[in-house]
Design a protein around this ligand. Sequence first.
Ligand code: CNA
Length: 280
Amino acid sequence: VSDDTPPQTLTERSLDAVAHLIKSGKARRVVVMTGAGISTAAGIPDFRSPETGLYANLAALDLPEPEAVFDLVFFKQNPRPFYVLAKDLYPGNFHPTVSHVFISLLAQKSLLHQLFTQNIDCLERAAGIPGHLIVEAHGSFADQRCIDCKTAYPADLMRAHVARAEVPRCVDVECGGLVKPDIVFFHEALPSLFYDRMPLAETADLVLVMGTSLQVHPFAGLPEQVPGDVPRVLFNLERVGSLGSHADDVLVLGDCDSGVRLLADALGWREELEATWRGL
Ligand code: CNA
């Protein structure tokens, strides 16, 4: 879309106009779509950022390609690289970011229609976003089970193994299968909840896309479900997917916490945002 194509829903393509839409009550069903970029400020590396991303730092693990660390076929042959990495990503060691807290404010104000996250770090729950409003599209580290007999594996044992980067085995010694957290690997299906809730993207009246490269399908297709006249705001270091191609898209390029703070300023929510974040 060229810059002079007038928006249909916003008065102009700006955060002020987005804030006005919310404050005037015209946006009451906000759908948020997130990825690893909203957690990098918490100290969790993303996959694809050059130099700092996990994929750039996996050489020591001797993988055929970086994606192999989350590949079920590879995991069955060699689960060790995954557990080396799991130690770095494991929930409990990190604090939610300003971006997580902004989403929890939307929920508190009954504006959050649904959050779709690709993240597996459980920081959404830590920020106080109610579980029924979250779709963890790629699962999470919250539970784990044997990949063969599916027997659940105790959380305390899991934590101890991950802390030592050791590979846990099924509690049923007869089985002895590999234990894996319920995070979605390549070659695995997404949770049915993702597909059940996908239509909510079509009923959104405002969409916020934050910290994702939109490289992983089917998640990357979610912003495409949004009707053409519904504003989509991108908070990301780089332009991704088709964001910016609709007349009502707003691009906020830079780190997402700064972008979110600008929106909070425009909404008059800034103090509440900072106080809630500090209070967590
Ligand atoms: P990705 O492909 O690594 O992309 C991250 C995106 O975020 C890139 O476009 C970056 O430019 C951008 N970005 C990085 N830092 C910031 C920042 N501070 N502000 C704004 N933008 C930023 O990650 P995706 O989530 O798109 O890829 C999907 C994978 C990554 C999912 O399967 C996740 O499970 C997986 N992952 C999750 C975590 C986590 O749970 N925190 C960490 C690493 C990878």
